[in-house]
Write a protein that binds this ligand. Structure first.
Ligand code: NDP
Length: 244
């Protein structure tokens, strides 16, 4: 099991949840120290875990990560393409090229880079399961986050395209669309926007944000063989937000 963006937040929670369920986990992100600490923690608990530092926006880095997983463990069964950034927020007409490019490079090209190497590794072994981390922002709009919204809609598009293309070859591709989840992305947004957290809570039917474990649990289920007929779906994990 490959997990991108495993150095914090949802990816870090996913590493713990998947390892606890018995998966061999290969973790990647840019912060080597955070990954190494998590690998140490998981191995201390008896799990098989490794890490490779990489930037999802760099195709060669993701080739290296997938190669490592296949060389070390024989094959790649599943992948949680979770790495992503929130990016700076502002009204659309004030957004800079730089903000747009950075968000698209990491959130969209990153998932594209990961999927092409993962799928290439899965095809010779009869298939696999991929979950991409989109967002409720991949289904509906959130104010002052146009590039982020566009990037997460694109993740849904990549998920649907890949699910369609590889269904006959045994590769399932799904996405999750988390609602607001307590992580470094939201700590940053809430820190810079007083009152935003209360606003998010009141806009969510369940009246709260998610714990990263709740998002990881949904990804674990979609990745597992408990749902073999599920592909091309986008599962909101959002306390009822998009259902309103
Ligand atoms: P965090 O900021 O805690 O985690 C983001 C992870 O992505 C980190 O591990 C970071 O690692 C990694 N990452 C960022 N850029 C890159 C890059 N270029 N290459 C490799 N890794 C990268 O936030 P979350 O856990 O909240 O975010 C995880 C995913 O969940 C994102 O895709 C986000 O859009 C999505 N999401 C989050 C929501 C929320 O409310 N928190 C809601 C909906 C979706 P490092 O910096 O070490 O590279």
């Amino acid at each position: 099991m490959l997990i991108t963006g495993a150095s914090s937040g949802i990816g870090e929670a996913a590493a713990r949840v998947f390892a606890q369920e018995g998966a061999i986990v290969v973790l990647t992100a840019r912060r080597a120290d955070r990954l190494a600490a998590l690998v140490g923690e998981l191995r201390d608990k008896g799990a098989e875990a490794s890490c490779v530092v990489g930037d999802v926006s760099v195709a060669d880095d993701m080739a290296k990560v997938v190669d490592f997983a296949v060389t070390e463990y024989g094959r790649l069964d599943s992948a949680f393409n979770n790495a992503g950034i929130g990016g700076d927020r502002s009204p659309l007409h004030l957004m800079s090229d730089d903000v747009y490019d950075t968000i698209m490079d990491i959130n969209v090209r990153g998932v594209f880079n990961c999927m092409r190497h993962e799928i290439a590794a899965m095809l010779p072994h009869g298939g696999g399961s991929i979950v991409n981390n989109s967002s409720v922002g991949g289904l509906v709009s959130i104010p002052t986050a146009a590039p982020y919204i566009a990037s997460k809609h694109a993740v849904v598009g990549l998920t649907r395209a890949a699910a369609d293309e590889y269904a006959k070859q045994g590769i399932r591709v799904n996405a999750i669309a988390p609602g607001t989840t307590r992580s470094e992305i939201t700590a940053d947004w809430f820190g810079r926007n007083p009152g935003l957290e209360e606003l998010v809570n009141s806009a969510t039917p369940q009246g709260r944000t998610a714990h990263p474990d709740e998002i990881a649990a949904a990804a674990a289920w979609l990745l597992s063989d408990r749902c073999p007929f599920l592909t091309g779906t986008v599962l909101p994990v959002d306390g009822g937000y998009v259902n309103q």
